[in-house]
Design a protein around this ligand. Structure first.
Ligand code: NAP
Length: 512
């Protein structure tokens, strides 16, 4: 069985323990083991800070952008291997693996291109010189300087490629060495990508480290000038937030957590809008078996449209073929592992107590997969009295599960969407421009992204769940309160804002 080593201090090091086994979720085969027991994390982090940080910063923004471009070339050259790993370890069909693999490469390329045009200075300016004294004899200029600590990138299981590169791209472009900690169950793809990049000798010594498995003291060896970028569940985020390095020493944490996102059909219930909503809901329920943080969990529709939308969704879901992603004609593969299958079943059991089942794919046959595989067909719930059922707004069932919800009027729709208490995204389907813009503003404070779909953009919109490097990703409240991507805004997290106060000549010298 393949052993996933750790990459620390520019060496591949095996863990000293037994390791955690990674499985094929459809065929049940043991694929690899990951272990980080016994690593000297203090030495590893010191090396990253002292060697990787200065070497990256010496290159300047354009030099680092060029490195991202070289990483893209290496990943492109090895893509077929990555698809094979995803097929075996994540149980995803090729189109779903592409969202992770191509999405990661696209995000890297975007930052490689955008970074090439950045400042030739070693810092970024923020705003203009602002006088602090009469006649401008003393003033302030805000600048953003790259942090001189390291960034730990902790990722969730569902995006072993995209989750890695969407964090690594802005960190490396900023000149910050990274320590990558993928989710153990799907760490193989992350491991293989980093191994390929390391073997090509693209990054300077200390710029990248990899920890597979879950070592003791991952955060203990940090200091107050390091940062943590986390993606995963709200429960894990809460554990990390209470760690003394974060709570007491001020380590900066960005958390991207779970979310009960919604899709909203406008009160006009325009026939094209209905069609676009139904298509998007089915896509979101089935892509990666619904294991996407941005997936649609609640479908809000005008009361009078509830029955017809329920029927349309059920008809389309009945055609979804679920099974072994190796077989032709399979649209939806499996969940990531049996533990995730159990977690989704437990979530379904909670929703069953409060909601009606409108479509139950579990009654369908799973095709060409063993009965003990982690395949689970889609389940659609519905609640006619959504105000009385807090669980449908609260429970994130991280699988092919969503709930149809009727609303009385626009205010009721907004109120229900906001009951997610902070979501990553809401998508809205309507031909009523005023409704769309009012909704964007009404939901702006509770959502990280608002995706407005009209017939005019039906063929070009980027999709409810797709996270584009140009757009903000993150959400308030239970979504973690974090911000990622958003174009070059992402670099802010890896920089510190400093106010430089001086006379005009010194500031002119600073700004070159
Ligand atoms: P998870 O169990 O919270 O794990 C996330 C990561 O944290 C993994 O790498 C995990 O390592 C690590 N971890 C867990 N406990 C830790 C601890 N005490 N100290 C340090 N690291 C720790 O989440 P998951 O099951 O992988 O992912 C599913 C969740 O992620 C869902 O709730 C989903 O909504 C959310 N998610 C959010 C986004 C977003 O952008 N908002 C994106 C994707 C997923 P191990 O694997 O070794 O346990």
């Amino acid at each position: 069985m393949k052993k996933l080593s750790n990459y620390v201090q520019d060496r591949w090091v095996d863990g000293a323990g037994k390791g955690t086994v990674l499985y094929d979720p459809v065929q049940g085969t043991a694929l690899a083991s990951a272990d980080a027991t016994g690593l000297d994390l203090n030495a590893a982090y010191d090396w990253a800070r002292q060697s990787g940080g200065p070497a990256l910063r010496d290159l300047g923004y354009a030099g680092r952008a060029a490195l991202l471009g070289k990483i893209v070339d290496v990943l492109q050259a090895n893509k077929e291997k990555y698809y094979d790993i995803a097929l075996r370890n994540s149980g995803t069909v090729k189109a779903d693996s592409a969202i992770d693999i191509e999405g990661g490469i696209f995000t890297l390329s975007w930052y490689a291109k955008a970074g090439a045009k950045l400042s030739s200075q070693s810092f970024l300016t923020d705003g203009d010189v602002t006088p602090l004294a009469r006649d401008n004899v003393f003033a302030v200029q805000h600048i953003q300087v790259p942090i001189q600590g390291l960034a730990i990138l902790i990722n969730a299981f569902n995006f072993p490629s995209w989750g890695l590169w969407e964090k690594a791209a802005p960190a490396l472009l900023s000149g910050v060495p990274i320590v990558v900690k993928p989710a153990t169950s799907t760490a193989w793809l992350t491991y293989e990508m980093i191994r390929d990049v390391v073997e090509e000798g693209i990054l300077p010594p200390g710029a990248i480290s990899l920890i597979c498995g879950r070592p003791d003291g991952l955060l203990d060896a940090l200091n107050g000038l390091d940062i943590v970028s986390f993606t995963g569940s709200a429960d894990t985020a809460a554990t990390l937030r209470s760690h003394p390095r974060i709570l007491r020493d001020g380590v900066k944490l960005n958390a991207e957590t779970d979310s009960v996102n919604s899709a909203i059909l406008g009160p006009d219930a325009d026939p094209t809008s209905v069609e676009l909503l139904v298509r998007e809901v089915v896509r979101e329920l089935t892509i990666k078996s619904g294991q996407k943080c941005t997936a649609i969990r609640r479908i809000l529709v005008p009361e009078q449209s509830y029955d017809t939308i329920a029927q349309s969704l059920a008809q389309k879901l009945a055609k979804v073929t679920v099974g072994d992603p190796r077989q032709d004609g399979i649209r939806m593969g499996s969940l990531v592992n049996l533990a995730q299958l159990e977690a989704v079943r437990a979530g379904i059991a909670i929703l069953e107590q409060h909601a009606d089942i409108l479509f139950d794919g579990r009654e369908q046959l799973v095709i060409d997969a063993p009965t003990d595989s982690a395949c689970l067909p889609p389940v659609l719930f519905g609640v006619r009295q959504p105000d009385d059922h807090p669980t449908v707004h609260d429970v994130e069932v991280f699988g092919p599960v969503a709930t149809l919800i009727p609303y009385r009027d626009i205010n009721h729709a907004w109120q229900l969407a906001r009951r997610g208490m902070g979501s990553l995204v809401a998508s809205i389907y309507s031909e009523d421009k005023a409704f769309l813009t009012h909704t964007a503003l009404a939901l702006g404070d509770s959502h990280g992204r608002v995706h407005l779909v009209t017939a005019a953009v039906s063929k070009v919109h980027t999709g409810h769940g797709n996270v584009m490097p140009q757009s903000n990703h993150g959400g308030p409240g239970r979504a973690g309160g974090g911000d990622e991507l958003g174009g070059l805004r992402a670099l802010s997290f890896y920089h510190r804002l400093v106010a430089v106060q001086a006379g005009p000549e010194v500031l002119a010298d600073l700004l070159g």
